[in-house]
Design a protein around this ligand. Structure first.
Ligand code: SF4
Length: 428
């Protein structure tokens, strides 16, 4: 199909989104701008949400002058301000460009979301994303609220005194967490949040923000569930779901390694009752000795979060306390030695992730540490502020392109799997 430029969209101060004829939409990667076309966008997938970016001006491409323009006002209604619009895309899609804008003076930091670029073409929105996982695990259309409520009622009858069940109910009904909903619906992966504490201080932590102008989007679990409470949830899920996954390490907790004293006996309890189901841990991987004990207890897979495979960039985002990047690498190597399935939760920010410096580092990391799976996740952090922090540490040269990086990795590492969700052991 011929590449046709798509039309820019902006919002007025009431949040009404409209297209700007005569201007093409633009995507941003660090401080590079790319006109959006039918070739580098797809029709907006179901479930995406639109966001207006305050304190910012949209960057668009003027089709008449063939130049980029930063709009101070609506060109068709002088004096009326316009704002950039971005998409928070559905799970399974990784963004290739962020919405293009420039900050006004004294602009506040954007809240903890990812800000995908969008535009308008033939009566519909298009967005700059790449599909990395086709599974319908978190498709909202398959999670009707009445079914979730019915699931909550029936499971709570079975475990009336389980505090972890009450916590997950709150996640499903108050925060709309898809993983929590899936537990009550009996689908795919169930969450096992356990840890009140963390030994990192990620600048984009969604469960705790201290001394920051942004706030966390969920509250952390406020108690430590017992091994029996954890096992009860896990066994319920494993018992009724084919190819089930149960996962420690959720958005509403700290790092599960800091709750290993309850997780280790919980895993043993689960494994004393069943060999079925995949027991997974999403973690920062900071404590290799503790990780090893959990592998021995019966953990099947781990997913380690990394914004970068370079120590300095990792440190600037994770701000580790009492552990170092080398401990994370040690955990990965120990897991690979023990044939534990290892995924990297690779936090993607276009402009940084696809810079040739990070791409080179990723290739060399994958050669030395042949992990099994790359989960491409969108970094939920103000993209310009993130690139600014990183450019204080490393050179960020012109982006190679997220889509190009993905194809190069697929070619160079044909055995490495790519996706978005934790796979069940049946397809390891
Ligand atoms: S590792 Fe997870 S819980 Fe800990 S600070 Fe980072 S995002 Fe938050």
């Amino acid at each position: 199909m011929k590449n046709i430029l798509i039309t820019a969209v902006v919002a007025d101060k009431e949040g009404k989104i409209f297209e700007l004829e005569g201007y093409a939409a633009v995507g941003m990667s660090a401080d590079n701008f790319t006109a959006l076309s039918t070739g580098n966008t797809i029709n907006m997938p179901y479930g995406g949400e639109f966001m207006l970016l305050p304190d910012r001006r949209p960057v668009v491409f003027n089709l008449k002058t063939k130049r980029l323009e930063t709009l101070k006002e609506n060109p068709y209604s002088p004096g009326d301000p316009v704002f950039p619009v971005a998409a928070f895309n559905s799970p399974g899609y990784v963004i290739s460009h962020v919405s293009a804008y420039r900050e006004k003076q004294a602009a506040k930091q954007l809240p903890l979301f990812s800000y995908g670029a969008i535009g308008w073409y033939k009566g519909g929105f298009r967005t700059a994303v790449i599909l990395v996982d086709e599974e319908k695990r978190q498709d909202l259309r398959l999670m009707p609220l009445e079914k979730v409520i019915a699931g909550v009622r029936s499971i709570k009858k079975k475990m009336p005194n389980n505090r972890l069940c009450d916590h997950i109910e709150n996640c499903a009904l108050k925060y709309g967490c898809p993983a929590a909903k899936n537990f009550f619906l009996g689908r795919y992966e169930a969450p096992l949040p356990t840890s009140k504490n963390c030994n990192a201080r990620c600048i984009g932590c969604i469960s705790l923000q201290r001394d920051s102008e942004i706030r966390n989007s969920q509250d952390r679990i406020s108690f430590t569930p017992s091994p029996v409470e954890i096992a009860e949830i896990a066994l319920e899920h494993i018992g009724r779901v084919k190819r089930s996954v149960v996962s420690f390490g959720q958005g509403c907790e700290g790092d599960p390694l800091l709750a290993a004293h309850v997780i280790e006996p919980a895993i043993k309890l689960i494994r004393s009752k069943t060999g079925s189901g995949t027991i997974n841990m999403n973690t920062n991987g900071s404590l290799p000795e503790i990780m090893e004990r959990l592998f021995d207890a019966g953990l099947d897979s781990i997913r380690i979060s990394m914004n970068s495979v370079r120590e300095k960039c990792y440190d600037a985002y994770f701000r580790p306390r009492g552990y170092g990047f080398s401990d994370v690498i040690k955990s990965i190597d120990k897991a690979l030695d023990k044939k534990i399935f290892v995924s990297i939760n690779y936090l993607n920010c276009p402009g940084f992730t696809d810079s040739s410096e990070e791409k080179r580092a990723l290739f060399s990391f994958l050669k030395t540490h042949p992990v099994n799976f790359l989960q491409w996740r969108n970094l939920n952090f103000d993209p310009l502020r993130y690139c600014k922090i990183m450019s204080g540490i490393t050179l960020i040269s012109e982006p190679v392109g997220i889509s190009e990086v993905l194809s190069m990795i697929r070619k160079e590492f044909p055995d490495l799997k790519h996706g978005y969700f934790n796979p069940p052991k049946e397809i390891f």
